[in-house]
Design a protein around this ligand. Structure first.
Ligand SMILES: [Zn+2]
Length: 419
């Protein structure tokens, strides 16, 4: 038996049914016939198999949930918004009232989260259930304490793999997109953060979860700093309402990366040598008070580089599969070492003050336009240190590099138009 939470009347349904001679998974919405497989007992869905078998011989029990509400929800303190943040906030409330989807396209460091506070409160005070969904667990863990600090009387439920809040009832659910599998026609408003990020991006299954978890009429507010091609297309064709915030909350421009051409970078690093231009740049930084992000394209390059640089600078390498990664990132935040070498795990979400940033091997395929824009977005976020040196070390110019610089310049120009 699989369990889903719903606002509808309690009922049980067969998980995989046959509709017009085609299989349909009622749990993840899958209709792709090639991902249905036979076993001894019947037919099951491969699309959502990681969550346990959804099949023709299993039922989904839809548990009706009754909500508890408080009289009035408000913020614990006043949150100051910039002019454009205020307009964006108003647009969100308007979209919610009209039950229309909306995309907020805000540059890295624009203060996206505060923009949705008002619409969250509006919905809660209408006795609605709100979901803030994000592709990444790290974001859930970062946002929940922040929401608890800022919202008064709101029951916040945090959901991710192994979360202790699973099955709990609240008004505001902060969740990874994966966890939405357990909800059926449940939410009155979904705010979807980082729509363009892995694993949400290009993931039909997760898109299906959103559709199923929300009530039919419920609007979705999408947040992104780097829209995908599909989203841009929808913006251009006016298929989706959107609002752009081209500048950061502190109004300083986004640093424009410098490109420094290197030669046979990966080959040299593999042979335990650091290309001279990169080494020079790092040595200069050593005597500054800046913290340095060094992005590398893969784990082996990072490990190699750490070894090469350790005798010269105070550095550590961190990547996604490391158990100690939280501790290392915290140590970096607390200034226990100056240089952090990292794969793309730190490309989003991590905010450290007073940083310079470089990408090594920027010609690698993983550095597309959006990845570069996100990485540059790590720089200059703090009002006290709004400027940063950002360098892309690359063997040659790629389309990603060209487009990323073009995009940042475009947003910076838009910023001036809004003065
Ligand atoms: Zn399925």
């Amino acid at each position: 038996m699989l369990v889903e939470y719903t606002k509808d009347v309690e009922n049980c349904v067969i998980a995989v049914i046959k509709k017009n001679n085609r299989f349909f998974c009622q749990r993840c919405g899958n209709i792709d016939q090639e991902s249905f497989f036979k076993d001894q007992l019947g037919v099951y869905c491969r699309n959502c198999l990681i969550f346990g078998k959804s099949s023709t011989y299993r039922k989904i029990c839809r548990k009706q949930v009754i909500d508890e509400y408080n009289d009035e929800y408000c913020l614990k303190k006043v949150i100051y918004l910039s002019k454009l943040q205020k307009i964006a906030s108003y647009k969100c409330v308007d979209a919610y009232k009209k039950k229309k989807d909306l995309l907020i396209y805000a540059v890295c460091g624009a203060g996206k989260t505060e923009i949705v506070y008002e619409v969250i409160l509006k919905a809660l005070n209408d006795k609605k259930i709100v979901c803030f969904a994000t592709p990444r667990k790290d974001v859930v863990l970062e946002l929940v304490p922040r929401f608890k600090r800022d919202f008064f009387q709101v029951k916040i439920v945090a959901l991710y793999g192994n979360s202790p809040d699973k099955g709990k009832i609240g008004n505001l659910y902060v969740t990874t997109t994966h966890q939405l599998i357990n909800y059926y026609h449940y939410f009155d408003l979904i705010i979807l953060d980082e729509v363009d990020a892995f694993p949400y991006y290009n993931n039909k299954m997760l898109e299906g979860f959103i559709k199923k978890a929300k009530k039919k009429e419920a609007p979705v507010i999408l947040l992104t700093a780097t829209p995908t091609k599909k989203l841009r297309y929808m913006m251009n064709k006016k298929l989706l309402d959107y609002f752009i915030i081209p500048y950061r909350y502190h109004r300083y421009p986004i640093p424009i990366p410098r490109v420094i051409l290197t030669y046979q970078t990966m080959k040299k690093i593999n042979k335990n040598k650091c290309p001279p231009k990169i080494f020079e740049w790092l040595m200069k930084k050593k005597s500054s008070d800046k913290r340095i992000f060094i992005f590398v394209p893969n784990i082996s390059c990072g490990m190699q580089l750490e070894q090469i640089l350790k005798p010269h600078i105070n550095c550590q390498f961190v990547h996604a599969e490391m158990k100690e990664r939280k501790r290392i990132i915290n140590d970096f935040r607390q200034n226990k070492f100056q240089f952090i070498i990292t794969t793309t795990i730190l490309e989003r979400g991590v905010t450290v003050s007073n940083v310079d940033v470089c990408i090594i091997g920027c010609d690698d395929d993983i550095y597309d336009e959006r990845a570069i824009v996100q990485i540059v977005g790590r720089a200059g976020r703090d009002k006290k240190y709004p400027t940063s040196d950002v360098v892309l070390f690359t063997d040659y110019y790629t389309l990603g590099i060209k487009n990323a610089i073009k995009e940042i310049k475009k947003m910076n120009t838009k910023r001036l138009e809004n003065e």
